[in-house]
Write a protein that binds this ligand. Structure first.
Ligand code: PLP
Length: 384
């Protein structure tokens, strides 16, 4: 039996599903979700006002250990809001990784800024603190007023957006240290990483702001949804203001003091989120069991398993293997999908997309290698 055939058989055994489709990641929904969504409908508060939004925000804030949480219509909107809240503006540069989902770069562009694509660490798949340090040392200078600018263009390096790839935490403590030394604000794209911790502390709470997504393919879902978390009261207020059309509080008058957004999560979606938060710990435990089984499988076949980084506890949002080369990886992609086993490559790195080809970047050596060799495999928590 070929290696990929052995893999397909093992996945079918894991899911106790001898035939039919096994998706890459499906949401886990049940009676509780139906009950709370029904309650939202019965209340008639289905839109941007209603008690579930506040409850959901409080649940997420408590869970991650942040003082404030602001719910948004999706994770991309949460990122856009967070970047705008820390003052990312037209002409700025924002450091991020090339190996990410396109939303990270798009949110930077929505602010009129340009991303600078830097390499990831092989041990985390996330933004490398050394790459950030090296780029800043070579290409930036900190002015007397504390603002860091790009040497040749004079453009302000306003923020840095590390992304916790596949739910595996980046070396966020080292990143924050480097960025603090340069006066560059860290906003964490933790869209994939709800439930992931670095040295015991939940990701998304190390930067000035952190962002989560509750899209249908994430570990928990609100259909569509996102969240900005922070410990900074002023930033939380700013984020809330921006997401609610910048409306001044008033019993009846419509007064808006800047161009805001209609980004607030509807109550209907929040109801789903409240039910999903109740099962998060169970989903995390089942994901970990699945990851251990994949790890054992890889071990017995000599395949390279992508494990959680040292010092980190990952939510294992998407499980992945590192195949020897792009040919093997593409062969596995073809064979598995033919057999209805949902596998996927990582994203095409941002610097190769037409709208981001002009952006500044470093050599991206690790990025290119991982982009060519990773195979994400079915990661829905199997029934126990
Ligand atoms: C899912 C995701 C987002 C955006 O989330 P949406 O809710 O789909 O808008 C942003 N960044 C990363 C890395 C993601 O995986």
């Amino acid at each position: 039996m070929s290696e990929v055939a052995a893999f397909i058989r093992a996945v079918r055994e894991l899911y106790r599903q001898p035939d039919g489709a096994i998706p890459l990641h499906a949401p886990t929904l049940g009676e509780r979700e139906k009950a709370l969504v029904s309650q939202a409908i019965d209340s008639t508060y289905v839109s941007s006002v209603g008690r579930f939004v506040t409850v959901f925000e409080q649940q997420v804030a408590d869970y991650v250990g942040a003082r404030y949480a602001v719910a948004t219509v999706n994770g991309t909107a949460a990122l856009h809001t967070a970047l705008q809240a820390v003052g990312v503006t037209s002409g700025d540069l924002v450091l991020t990784q090339a190996l990410t989902f396109v939303a990270t770069a798009n949110a930077i562009r929505y602010c009129g800024a340009d991303p600078v694509f830097l390499d990831v660490d092989a041990s985390t798949l996330g933004l490398s603190p050394a790459a950030v340090d090296e780029w800043l040392t070579q290409h930036a200078v900190r002015r007397d007023d504390g603002v860091t600018v790009h040497r040749t263009s004079g453009r302000v390096v306003r923020a840095c957006v590390p992304m916790h790839t596949l739910g595996h935490p980046v070396r966020i403590d080292a990143l924050v240290r480097v960025c603090d030394a340069w006066g560059v604000t860290v906003v964490e794209d933790a869209a994939e990483a709800l439930g992931s911790r670095y040295q015991g502390r939940h990701v998304g709470t190390f930067g000035r702001l952190g962002v989560f997504s509750f899209n249908g393919n994430k570990i928990i879902t609100t259909g569509g949804g996102g969240m900005v978390v922070t410990n900074d009261e002023a930033l939380a207020c700013r984020a809330r203001h921006l997401t609610t059309t910048a409306k001044r509080p008033h019993p009846w008058a419509f007064e808006h003091d800047e161009v805001g957004y209609n980004y607030r999560l509807p109550n209907l979606n929040a109801a789903l989120g409240v039910a999903q938060m109740e099962r998060l710990d169970d989903l995390l435990a089942r994901k970990r069991t699945l990851a251990l089984r994949y790890a054992a499988l890889c071990d017995s076949h000599g395949w390279s398993w992508i494990d959680e980084p040292p010092g980190a506890r990952s939510n294992f949002w998407l499980c992945g293997l590192m195949l020897p080369d792009v040919q093997t990886r593409d062969h596995w992609l073809g064979r598995t999908n033919e057999q209805q086993i949902g596998t996927r490559p990582l994203w095409t790195p941002m610097h190769r997309l037409p709208m981001y080809q002009h952006c500044l970047r470093d050599a991206l050596t690790v990025t290119e290698e991982w982009a060519a060799r990773v195979l994400n495999v079915p990661s829905t928590p199997p029934p126990q």
